[in-house]
Design a protein around this ligand. Structure first.
Ligand code: PEP
Ligand code: MN
Ligand code: NA
Length: 605
C-alpha cells in the first residue's frame, strides 16, 4: 500500500515500529493537512501559542509573562461523565458505576467519527511520560491530537517531547491516546476559537490500555495523560501489578523538631486538594511543602513502606476561590508566568480575575466575552465556576525538593475527605487498614462544578475515585483490601477521614479551614507518633477539642466541639444510604465491607 502523502508524516524522529504504524494508521483515518512530531521545546511553545493568538483562541496577558487567556465553547466546560466509557470486553468488568459499551461496537462507532475528523487541521504527535523520565520503568504515552491548545497544555502538565521519544527507543510500551476535537474544516471554512463537537466520547479500552477521546477540547476530556491515563488506565495497571493509582495530593509536613511525614489525601474534584497541598500552616514552626495536587501512584518499596509518586508535571487547578488567603502559594506559582487560563475573566489592563480573588475590578470581560461589572448581580459569574489555571509545578515556591524523585516518598498517612454539611466529623482515625478502606469506600460529597450536573447533591464517591476507576468499583475496593495484606500492618499508612465543610444550624462553616487545617494535620502526625490521644467512637477515633492545638485561633469552643461531634441520629440516618450504595455496587463488593457496615450498625446501637 502506498503511504498517504501528508506533509510531515514521513519526518518521524523515531524508529519505533509500533508508534510509526499507529501514527500512519491514524493519519490515514483522520486525514489531517499536516503531521507534526512534537519536540517539547520552548520554540514549539512559542510557535503554537503564537498560532493560537493569531487564531483568536489565546489572548496574551500583559500583566503575566508568557501567559494566555482563553475561553472554551460554553458547552465544553467540564469533564462529561455521562459521555465517559470503560469499554472492557465484559460489561461486569466496567461495573455498575461506569458507562460501558462493547469494545468492538465502540471501536466501529468512533472509527466512523474519526474518519476525516482532522481535515483542514494539523495532527500533532506528543510523546509524553507520566512521572519522572529517569524512573526504572518510565510510564510512556503518546497523544495524537488536532488541538494546539492540547499540545501547549501537555507541555505544562507532562514531561513531553524529544527526550521522551529518545528514552522510548524502538520498543518501549506506551499508552496510545487518540484525541480529536471533532470539527473538520472544509476548504476555505473559517475556524472558530474553540473547536469542538456536540458529539463527545471519552473512551478507555482497559484490555489494550488505549484511550480514544472525541469532541471535547476541555481539560480532563482532552489532556489524556491526566485523568484518562494516570487514573482510569493506571488504576487497571495498578490492579494487575499490585499498586494504587489514586486521586490524591501528596504533601510533606515538617514539624518544629524537623520530623518529616508525607501525607496523601483524596478529595473529590473542587474540594480543596490544591489548597491543602500548598497550605501555609498557621501554627508556628510547622511547614508544608508540595509534591502534587491531584494524582498519586503508590507502590511498596523494598522496605515494605508505601511510596508515592506524582505522575504530573503541572497543576490544572480550579481558579474561583483561589486567592492570597485561601492559597497564597498557588497565587505565587501563577506569578511565575508560563500559564494558561481557561474560562476565567479578564481585566482591561491585561490580567485575569475570578470570583473570590482580591481587588474586584469595576469592569471585566467575562469568560463569555461580555463586558460586565462584577458588582451587577444580574451579570452571572465573571469566571465559570470550573474555570482553570494550568501552570508548571516547578514554579511553586513550596515545591518539595524530592518532588520528582523516581523512588517517590514514603507515605505515613492517607486522608479521605468530602464536602458534607452534616454527619462527618472534622477528623476521625480509622482503627486499621480495613476500617480505613470502609471509610474510603463510603466517602460522600456534595457535587461540585468540576463535572457537568447538579451542584450540591450528595453522592457517594469511593476514595474520590468514582469518575476515575477504570474497572468495577467492587473489584477496586477488593484491591484496596488486598494491598493492605501485601505489607506488614505496622508499615502501612494510617488512614483518616476529614471534613472541612461541616456547618452549624445557621448554615455557617464550623471550622475555618484553609491554613487552619494545619491544626488537624498536627493532631494526625501526633497520632502517628503516638503522642496524641483520641476518643473511641462508633465511627472511629476522634480528638477532643482539647487535643487540637487551637492556640491563637479565634474560634468558638462550641463550634469546634460541633465540628468534631458524632451525632448518633445523623449516623443512623446515614446507614441506609451506605446500604443503598453497597447495593449499587452489588455482587463484586467484598464481604469485608458488609462486615464493617454491620459492625458500625452494632456500635451505633
Ligand atoms: C478536569 O476536570 O479536567 C480535571 C483535571 O479534573 P478535576 O475535575 O479532578 O479537577
Ligand atoms: Mn482531580
Ligand atoms: Na473537571
Amino acid at each position: 500500500m502506498t503511504a498517504l502523502a501528508i506533509p510531515g508524516l514521513d519526518h518521524a524522529p523515531t524508529t519505533h515500529p509500533g508508534l510509526l504504524a499507529w501514527v500512519q494508521e491514524v493519519a490515514e483515518l483522520t486525514t489531517p493537512d499536516a503531521v507534526v512530531w512534537c519536540d517539547g521545546t520552548q520554540d514549539e511553545w512559542n510557535r503554537l501559542t503564537t498560532k493560537l493568538v493569531d487564531a483568536g483562541t489565546f489572548v496574551p496577558l500583559e500583566k503575566r509573562p508568557n501567559s494566555f487567556w482563553c475561553a472554551s465553547d460554553p458547552d465544553d466546560v467540564a469533564r462529561v461523565e455521562e459521555r465517559t466509557f470503560i469499554c472492557s470486553k465484559d460489561a461486569s468488568d466496567a461495573g455498575p458505576t461506569n458507562n460501558w459499551m462493547d469494545p468492538g461496537e465502540m471501536t466501529a462507532l468512533m472509527t466512523d467519527l474519526y474518519r476525516g475528523s482532522m481535515r483542514g487541521r494539523t495532527m500533532y504527535v506528543i510523546p509524553f511520560c507520566m512521572g519522572p523520565l529517569d524512573a526504572e520503568k518510565p510510564m510512556f504515552g503518546v497523544e495524537i491530537t488536532d488541538s494546539e491548545y492540547v499540545v501547549v497544555s501537555m507541555h505544562i502538565m507532562t514531561r513531553a517531547g524529544r527526550d521522551v521519544l529518545d528514552r522510548m527507543g524502538s520498543d518501549a510500551d506506551f499508552v496510545p491516546c487518540l484525541h480529536s476535537v471533532g470539527k473538520p474544516l472544509e476548504a476555505g471554512e473559517a475556524d472558530v476559537s474553540w473547536p469542538c463537537s456536540e458529539t463527545k466520547y471519552i473512551t478507555h479500552f482497559p484490555e489494550t490500555k488505549t484511550i480514544w477521546s472525541f469532541g471535547s477540547g476541555y481539560g480532563g476530556n482532552a489532556l489524556l495523560g491526566k485523568k484518562c491515563y494516570s487514573l482510569r488506565i493506571a488504576s487497571v495497571l495498578a490492579r494487575e501489578e499490585g499498586w494504587l493509582a489514586e486521586h490524591m495530593l501528596i504533601l510533606k509536613l515538617t514539624s518544629p523538631t524537623d520530623e518529616v511525614h508525607y501525607i496523601a489525601a483524596a478529595f473529590p474534584s473542587a474540594c480543596g486538594k490544591t489548597n491543602l497541598a500548598m497550605l501555609e500552616p498557621t501554627i508556628p514552626g510547622w511547614r508544608v511543602e508540595t509534591l502534587g495536587d491531584d494524582i498519586a501512584w503508590m507502590r511498596f518499596g523494598d522496605d515494605g513502606r508505601l511510596y508515592a509518586v506524582n505522575p504530573e508535571n503541572g497543576f490544572f487547578g480550579v481558579a474561583p476561590g483561589t486567592n492570597w488567603k485561601t492559597n497564597p502559594n498557588a497565587m505565587r506559582t501563577l506569578e511565575g508566568g508560563n500559564s494558561i487560563y481557561t474560562n476565567v475573566a479578564r481585566t482591561p489592563d491585561g490580567d485575569v480575575w475570578w470570583e473570590g480573588m482580591e481587588g474586584t475590578p469595576e469592569i471585566l470581560t467575562s469568560w463569555k466575552g461580555e463586558q460586565i461589572s462584577p458588582s451587577d448581580s444580574s451579570a452571572g459569574p465573571a469566571a465559570h465556576p470550573n474555570s482553570r489555571y494550568c501552570t508548571p509545578m516547578n514554579q511553586c515556591p513550596v515545591l518539595a525538593q524530592e518532588w520528582d524523585d523516581p523512588q517517590g516518598v514514603p507515605i505515613s498517612a492517607i486522608l479521605f475527605g468530602g464536602r458534607r454539611a452534616t454527619t462527618i466529623p472534622l477528623v476521625a482515625e480509622a482503627r486499621d487498614w480495613q476500617h480505613g478502606v470502609f471509610l474510603g469506600a463510603t466517602l460522600s460529597s456534595e457535587k461540585t462544578a468540576a463535572a457537568a450536573g447538579t451542584v450540591g447533591q450528595v453522592r457517594r464517591d469511593p476514595m474520590a475515585m468514582l469518575p476515575f476507576i477504570g474497572y468495577n468499583a467492587g473489584d477496586y475496593l477488593r484491591h484496596w483490601g488486598e494491598v493492605g495484606k501485601q505489607a506488614d500492618a505496622a508499615k502501612l499508612p494510617s488512614i483518616f477521614y476529614v471534613n472541612w465543610f461541616r456547618r452549624g444550624d445557621d448554615g455557617r462553616f464550623l471550622w475555618p479551614g484553609f491554613g487552619e487545617n494545619s491544626r488537624v494535620l498536627k493532631w494526625i502526625v501526633e497520632r502517628l507518633e503516638g503522642r496524641a490521644s483520641a476518643v473511641e467512637t462508633a465511627i472511629g477515633r476522634v480528638p477532643t477539642v482539647e487535643e487540637l492545638d487551637l492556640t491563637g485561633l479565634d474560634v468558638r469552643y462550641e463550634d469546634v466541639a460541633d465540628a468534631l461531634a458524632i451525632d448518633v441520629d445523623e449516623w443512623r440516618a446515614e446507614l441506609p444510604l451506605i446500604e443503598e450504595w453497597f447495593d449499587t455496587i452489588g455482587a463484586a463488593l467484598p464481604s469485608t465491607m458488609q462486615d464493617e457496615l454491620a459492625a458500625l450498625r452494632q456500635r451505633l446501637g
